[in-house]
Write a protein that binds this ligand. Structure first.
Ligand code: ADP
Ligand code: MG
Length: 486
C-alpha cells in the first residue's frame, strides 16, 4: 500500500459555505443569529407562505464583493438569482434562492502553503450568494424529527475552488486561509463546530503523469478543519485501494464519520438530483457598478497576506513570527497598535508572542479580553530598548505588576518595583569593586588567564546590583577594571 501510494497523484477541490454575519436574513427581515430559541426568528417569508416575496439584503452583496476582492476575483456587473428546486425538509419554500449561472465573483486565487512549506496559488472558480436551509433535529425527540427554521434563509457565501489542491495538508491549509480571511473581513465568524463555516471536499486520484482527472467523490459533514483533513486522508487510501485491486472508483457523495475516521456512501451519481434551476422571478436582476466596487474596496481592512508580507519583507521578521502574528486578526491588530508607539518592532513582536500570548494561554482568554492596552506594551518595549529595564526584568517583574497598577505608567511601576537599571558609571564601578573584593580567588584565576571567569563575575555583579546594573554597560567596565588589575 505504501509504495502504491507514490504511483498516484491526489486532486482535491473544495466547496466552502460561509454563513454571513448579517443582522437579518438573505431575503427577509428575520433576525440572523445563532443559538436563538428554536423557530423564533421565523416570519412568513422564512416559512415560505404563498404570496410572500423575497427582498434582497444589500449587506450580503457588499460581503460577497469584499471576499471577491480579497481573492483577486472578477466581480460580475450583471447578475440574476435562480431557484434550485429540491425536496428540502427544512426549507419550506421547496427551493433555495442561489446564483447558478451568474455568480457574483469568478476567478482569482488564494495563497496557500503546500506540503514542502512553499506558497502556491489555489484557483477560485466562483463565489456566489445563496441561502441556508433550516435544521432537522433527530436526537431530541425519540419518535419524531424536529425542525428549527431559524437558519432557513440565513445568507451564505459559497466559495468553490479549482481542483488545484494536491494533499490533505494543503486542503487543511486552504480552509485555514479561508477561515482567516472571512474573519479578517468580518463577514463570517468561521466557527466550524457551530456550522457557520462548512466544507465539502471533492477528491480523486490519478496515476502520476495521467492527463485526465480520476473520478471524484464528494465528502460532506466535517465539523472541523482537522476532520476535513482526516476525511480526505481516508478517501485517498480508499480510492487507491480500489484502483490497485482493479476496481473503479464510483462517483458518489459520502459522509464522514468522525468517530470511526471513515467515509460512508450516502448517494450515488445515478441518484443525483435534478434541481430544475430557473431564474428567480421574484427578485430583480442585480447590477454592480464600478463605484460600488470601489466603495467596498476603500473600506477593506488590512488582510493577512498583506500583513505577512509587510512583516517579513519590510520589517524583517522571521516567517515564523510573521505567521503567528497574522494568524489571529486581533493579535495582528494589537501588534499594529503597539507599532504606532514604538520603533522597536522585533522586541515588540517578541514581547507580544512570548509574554502576552503566554499570559493569554495561561488564563485561557483571547487578546480581545486582555486588560492591558497596546500603548502600555509599547512603553514597556521602549523602556527595554532604552536600557532602563532588562528584558527579563520587564517580563518577570514589570509585566505581572502592570495588572494591579493600571492607573500608573510603566516607568512608575518599574520605579515602584525598584528595578530601573543602573547605567550610572559611578554606581556600576561601585558594584564592580564589591565583586572584586568578595571574590578574590576567581579574580586571581582570571588574572592568571582563565578569561571565561568573566561570566561568573558578571553573574555576581548582577546579584550584587539586584539585577539593576545594565549588563550592556557593566560588562565592558568589568573587563576593563579586571584587566587593569593584571
Ligand atoms: P459538480 O458539478 O459535481 O458540483 P463541479 O465541476 O462543480 O462538480 O466541481 C465541484 C468541485 O469539485 C470543485 O471544487 C472542483 O474543483 C472539484 N473537482 C472537479 N473535478 C474534480 C476531480 N476530478 N477531482 C477532484 N476535485 C474535482
Ligand atoms: Mg457543486
Amino acid at each position: 500500500m505504501e509504495n502504491s501510494r507514490e504511483k498516484y497523484e491526489v486532486v482535491i477541490g473544495l466547496e466552502v459555505h460561509a454563513q454571513m454575519l448579517t443582522k437579518t436574513k438573505a431575503y427577509s427581515n428575520d433576525v440572523n443569529e445563532f443559538g436563538a430559541h428554536p423557530n423564533t426568528n421565523v416570519s412568513v417569508v422564512s416559512l415560505g407562505h404563498p404570496g410572500t416575496l423575497p427582498v434582497m439584503n444589500k449587506k450580503t452583496i457588499e460581503n460577497a464583493i469584499k471576499l471577491g476582492l480579497a481573492c483577486h476575483s472578477t466581480i460580475a456587473s450583471n447578475q440574476y438569482f435562480a431557484r434550485k428546486n429540491y425536496f428540502y425538509p427544512d426549507l419550506p419554500k421547496g427551493y433555495q434562492i442561489t446564483q447558478d449561472k451568474t455568480p457574483i465573483c469568478t476567478g482569482g486565487y488564494l495563497v496557500v502553503k503546500d506540503d514542502q512549506g512553499n506558497y502556491k496559488n489555489v484557483g477560485i472558480t466562483r463565489i456566489h450568494m445563496e441561502e441556508d436551509a433550516g435544521k432537522s433535529i433527530h436526537d431530541v425527540d425519540v419518535f419524531d424529527t424536529l425542525v428549527d427554521l431559524n437558519r432557513a434563509g440565513v445568507p451564505l457565501l459559497e466559495i468553490v475552488s479549482e481542483p488545484d489542491i494536491r494533499s490533505s495538508q494543503e486542503a487543511y491549509n486552504y480552509v485555514t486561509e479561508v477561515r482567516k480571511l472571512v474573519r479578517y473581513l468580518d463577514i463570517c465568524d468561521g466557527n466550524m463546530e457551530e456550522g457557520s463555516l462548512r466544507c465539502d471536499a471533492n477528491i480523486s486520484v490519478r496515476l502520476v503523469g495521467a492527463q485526465e482527472f480520476g473520478t471524484k467523490v464528494e465528502v460532506k459533514n466535517m465539523n472541523s478543519i482537522r476532520n476535513v483533513q482526516r476525511a480526505i486522508e481516508f478517501e485517498i487510501t480508499r480510492q487507491i485501494e480500489v484502483l490497485e485491486q482493479g476496481g473503479v472508483v464510483s462517483q458518489e457523495t459520502r459522509g464522514f464519520d468522525a468517530l470511526k475516521g471513515s467515509t460512508i456512501s450516502m448517494r450515488s451519481k445515478e441518484a443525483a438530483n435534478d434541481y430544475r434551476y430557473f431564474p428567480e422571478p421574484d427578485l430583480q436582476p442585480l447590477f454592480v457598478d464600478e463605484p460600488q466596487i470601489e466603495a467596498v474596496r476603500s473600506e477593506m481592512p488590512a488582510l493577512p497576506r498583506e500583513l505577512y508580507l509587510k512583516y517579513t519583507e519590510t520589517f524583517g521578521l522571521s516567517e515564523y513570527d510573521a505567521t503567528n502574528l497574522v494568524d489571529n486578526k486581533f493579535i495582528a491588530l494589537y501588534f499594529e497598535e503597539i507599532l504606532t508607539q514604538t520603533k522597536h518592532i522585533k522586541t515588540a513582536a517578541n514581547f507580544l508572542m512570548g509574554e502576552v500570548k503566554g499570559y493569554l494561554n495561561q488564563q485561557a482568554i483571547e487578546i480581545t479580553e486582555f486588560p492591558i492596552q497596546p500603548t502600555i506594551i509599547a512603553e514597556l518595549v521602549n523602556l527595554i530598548e532604552a536600557g532602563k529595564i532588562s528584558y527579563s526584568i520587564a517580563s518577570n517583574k514589570v509585566f505581572p505588576a502592570l495588572f494591579e497598577n493600571s492607573n500608573k505608567s510603566v516607568l512608575e511601576v518599574a520605579t515602584l518595583l525598584n528595578v530601573i537599571q543602573d547605567s550610572d558609571e559611578d554606581s556600576i564601578s561601585n558594584y564592580i569593586q564589591q565583586v572584586i573584593t568578595s571574590n578574590p580567588t576567581e579574580v586571581q584565576r582570571y588574572i592568571a588567564g582563565e578569561k571565561q571567569l568573566v561570566g561568573f563575575l558578571m553573574g555576581q555583579l548582577m546579584k550584587v546590583s539586584q539585577g539593576k546594573a545594565d549588563p550592556k554597560q557593566a560588562n565592558p567596565m568589568l573587563r576593563k577594571m579586571l584587566d587593569e588589575l593584571s
